[in-house]
Design a protein around this ligand. Structure first.
Ligand code: C2O
Ligand code: CU
Ligand code: CU
Length: 476
């Protein structure tokens, strides 16, 4: 019923340069002896031309009048002070996805703060301990508010960046639009909750449908990819190119090639790629999203300008980023726990605990719930923790996806190493904040529980989260 392929017409030609995402002015202010970078973010209704000149503008909700919201770019070790004003008609919060910040700044309604009422505001202020590619989005009615356009990129630059000629940020989003390019407002549709989530019909890159990404032969580009879609998974192949992955979810990883069958980027996941423009002037190569079987489509063309190559050979400079500041988990002394995910259509879920009571699957569905984490279906953000972890201790959590569906599982307040999948050690022991679990897959994640507070652990398919796939892990 929904086609993953963008079904509306594309714009003729749009060269997408660094201007693709608007840079916010970030004046540096010194207060109380410490420098904080101040930004103002207003969440409000807006309009955006998502699908080109043949269609009208789409009514959206957004930060700062643009979709995606203002690109926030700071330096590692800086402090961000973001004053958020809510001009929406419903409460909201801002969550800073992937940032290891104090619990009170995490932006989870009821759990870490009262939601920001319509007309109200809230100031978030926190340090940025780690460099990387992050993003911000609401956590109140996330399935609706993110689908309507509330999301933006947060880039934290390394104090010693690697050498590239240019950097670009691609915020990938997915919209469910009708024939007049209006957002279809069926946000709590149970079909989406029980299946793969709200997969739309129009994929945008930095809020538009660009035909081309212009590049010059010989240049080295750092591409920061961010999937802000509610539910769509991307599987990107760069025809005629050999991009290297240098960071995942903002965290440095041993540089390695994008797999043959594509770079899988589930909701909320990020990847930093190094793209050497090894094609010839005038060349056009496609970037294909082929995640869903038989639904391949061209996301964008890499379009070489006619300029002579910038250099004859790819830049010979190191690709590896300096490590971030997460403590290394000690696997020998680590506490171990299992987390079991169940539910979804075509599963054998019989029921779950809801607000402390046993509820059968039929009643769950009537209440819009389809999923459980360790036997509990979430009804709101303020929950009894499924685990209480000792502050400063290492933990290995084994995640078991006992469902016939895929889930990008996200932990707030920490990054974790993925040390094995289905019992086999991972090649890169990558640090992530969102781990993509395939159907029936299991994965072991390891981290030091060094950040005190109540932290959400949930599926980032926002309809699955809405449908109960959410829990709280306490660190005391
Ligand atoms: Cu993007 Cu609860 O997170
Ligand atoms: Cu998060
Ligand atoms: Cu899920």
């Amino acid at each position: 019923m929904t086609e993953p392929k963008p079904s509306l017409s594309r714009r003729d030609l749009l060269a997408l340069g660094a201007a693709g995402a608007a840079a916010a002015a970030l004046p540096r202010l010194a207060r109380g002896g410490e420098a904080a970078r101040e930004v103002r973010l207003t969440a409000a209704r807006g309009r955006a031309r998502l699908v080109g000149p043949d269609y009208g503008e789409t009514d959206i909700w957004c930060y700062g009048g643009t979709v995606p919201g203002p690109l926030l770019r700071l330096r590692q070790g800086e402090r961000l002070r973001a004053r958020v004003t809510n001009r929406l008609k419903q409460p909201t919060t801002v969550h800073w996805h992937g940032i290891r910040l104090p619990n009170a700044m995490d932006g989870v309604p009821q759990l870490t703060q009262p939601p920001i009422a319509p007309g109200g505001d809230f100031t978030y202020e926190f340090d940025l301990p780690d460099a990387g590619t992050y993003w911000y989005h609401p956590h109140e009615r996330g399935n609706e508010q993110v689908a309507r356009g509330l999301a933006g990129a947060l880039i934290v630059e390394e104090s010693e960046p690697i050498r590239v000629d240019r950097e670009a940020v691609w915020v990938l989003d997915d919209w469910r639009l009708d024939r007049d390019a209006r957002i279809v407002e069926d946000f709590d549709n149970f079909r989406d909750i029980g299946h793969a989530g709200r997969i739309g019909n129009t994929v945008t890159l930095n809020g538009e449908l660009p035909e081309n990404f212009a590049l010059r032969a010989g240049e080295r580009i750092r591409l920061r990819l961010i999937n802000v879609a509610n539910a769509r998974v991307f599987g990107l192949r760069f025809e005629g190119h050999r991009p290297r992955i240098i960071a995942l979810d903002g965290q440095p990883v041993t540089p390695h090639d994008v797999p043959e069958d594509g770079l899988v980027l589930g909701p909320a996941m990020r990847a930093d790629l190094i793209l050497d423009a090894e094609g010839a002037p005038g060349q056009v190569s496609r970037v294909i999203d082929g995640f869903y079987r038989d639904r391949d489509y061209r996301l964008i063309d890499l379009a070489y300008t006619s300029e002579p190559p910038l250099r004859d050979h790819p830049l010979d400079a190191p690709l590896a980023l300096a490590p971030n500041t997460m403590p290394e988990p000690d696997l020998k002394t680590a506490g171990r726990h299992d987390i079991v995910l169940e539910g979804g259509m075509m599963s054998r879920l019989r029921g779950a605990l809801m607000d402390g009571e046993r509820v059968g699957v039929r009643d769950m569905m009537r209440l819009g719930k389809a999923w459980s984490v360790n036997g509990v279906a979430a009804t709101g953000h303020a929950m009894t923790p499924i685990l209480t972890l000792e502050r400063g201790r290492s933990y290995v959590l084994t995640l078991h996806n006992h469902t016939p569906w895929q889930h990008p599982m996200h932990l707030h307040g920490h990054s974790f190493r993925v040390i094995s999948r289905n019992g086999r050690p991972t090649a890169h022991r990558e640090w992530l904040d969102t781990v993509f679990l395939d159907r029936d897959e299991s994965a072991e994640i390891a981290f030091v529980a060094d950040n005190p507070g109540d932290w959400l652990f949930h599926c980032h398919v926002l309809e699955h989260m809405q449908g109960g796939m959410m829990s709280v892990i306490r660190v005391t």
